[in-house]
Design a binder for this molecule. Structure first.
Ligand code: NPQ
Ligand code: MG
Length: 369
């Protein structure tokens, strides 16, 4: 299989409601899609990066540049001998840039699996045909607004609630949600690096609320701080931003820096590395769950497939399309008794709606081959 054409399509997808985290507020999902055309099939993937380097150091314009100048040329140099493993090895000399690597590896893998007639779930080793859906709830202007939003998600069937927190929006929202919706609610929080180790006693005030976990309380490069924090609070620590590889996962587990891992394929450079993290964690008895970057259906499809692997034992941020978008670029992912169905079609297993894509495309550029 040989790459004949690569297109980068910049898209803007309006969000149904603004999404506020400790690092900012988004009103739309702005990203690019990669379309890789071969003689046998075409592959699609969605970049996890955002316009600004606030979640991680990566950002859209940087990812587009590193793809064009450094990553695509390395894949083309492979000639017809592609394969996700070969691509991963060919891209390894380029440091970092996991989100750019992820979108390229995934688009080529989609084309290859489509040519083989094999789904992502089958390829990765999925053991379930549906996965429980959780939802990530942004920081709100008031506690009553949060109570209403959470109630609405629970009425839709979401099986787990994740509250975004930051200093000034943490203990009280958690207390009210726990008291309003009861002890059986699966509840967790995500700080997106907003705290310091000096906040340990403050964060210990979350202990009575029996949270499943606290996600990424400290800066991404502070594994030692997370290990120390783990000794000072009872809530299990989950790492997101800190884990960009299976080696990071092994290190964090060995240090006691986390008891749970959020696996995001885009953050770790693709589905092969995501599966390795799953495997390393499983070998240590550490549960994982599938995170997300507000992907449209193109990125959501393969994420749901990954979430069907055996050690994905906690509900993920794999929500229905309607959580974020009035219109998705694919047929909508919907909740069925609080679950999402794992796509079974070839490759990422989702169709692209040409009319919606045309409406939401800002620009299309070709990466010269
Ligand atoms: C997280 N995601 O787990 C993130 C980070 C995040 C679902 O909570 C625009 C695009 C805004 C991607 C905000 C969830 C975003 C984004 C937050 C990703 O940390
Ligand atoms: Mg997170």
């Amino acid at each position: 299989m040989r790459v004949e054409h690569i297109e980068l399509r910049q898209v803007r997808i309006p969000l149904v409601t603004p999404f506020r985290t400790s690092f900012g507020t988004s009103h739309e999902r702005e990203t690019f899609l990669l379309r890789v055309v071969t003689a046998d099939a075409e592959g699609w993937a969605e970049c996890g990066a955002e316009p600004e380097p606030l979640y991680s150091s990566e950002f859209l314009a940087g990812a587009a540049t590193v793809l064009r100048d450094h990553l695509v040329p390395r894949v083309l140099a492979l000639g017809p001998a592609l394969g996700a493993e070969r691509i991963k090895n060919a891209l390894a000399p380029v440091k970092g840039n996991q989100m750019a690597k992820h979108v390229l590896e995934t688009a080529v893998l989609d084309a290859e699996l489509k040519a083989l007639g094999m789904s992502f779930g089958r390829y990765l080793g999925a053991v379930r045909d549906r996965v429980p859906a959780g939802v990530s709830v942004g920081i709100m202007d008031s506690i009553p607004a949060l109570v209403e939003a959470v109630g609405d998600y629970l009425a839709q069937g979401y099986q787990r609630i994740k509250l975004k927190i930051e200093p000034g929006w943490d203990i009280e929202p958690v207390r009210v949600i726990r008291e309003t919706y009861g002890d059986d609610l699966l509840l967790q929080v995500d700080a997106n690096t907003a705290y310091a180790l000096a906040d340990a006693r403050h964060l210990a005030q979350l202990d009575p609320f029996d949270l499943l976990l606290i996600e990424q309380p400290l800066p991404e490069d502070d594994l030692r701080g997370h290990a120390e924090l783990a000794r000072r609070i009872r809530t299990p620590i989950c790492l997101d931003e800190s884990i960009t590889s299976a080696r990071d996962a092994a290190t964090a587990i060995a240090l006691g820096a986390c008891q749970v891992i959020n696996v995001k394929p885009s953050r770790v450079g693709g589905y092969l590395e995501a599966r390795r993290i799953h495997d390393v964690a499983e070998a240590h008895g550490v549960p994982v769950w599938c995170g997300g970057m507000l992907e449209c259906g193109i990125g959501r499809g393969p994420n749901v497939a990954l979430a069907a692997l055996p050690n994905f034992v906690l509900p993920g941020d794999t929500s229905a399309s309607s959580r974020y978008f009035a219109q998705d670029l694919t047929p909508a992912f919907t909740l069925e008794d609080g679950n999402l169905r794992v796509p079974t079609g070839p490759g990422i297993g989702v169709e692209i709606r040409a009319d919606v894509l045309a409406d939401l495309t800002v620009s299309t550029t070709t990466i010269p081959l």
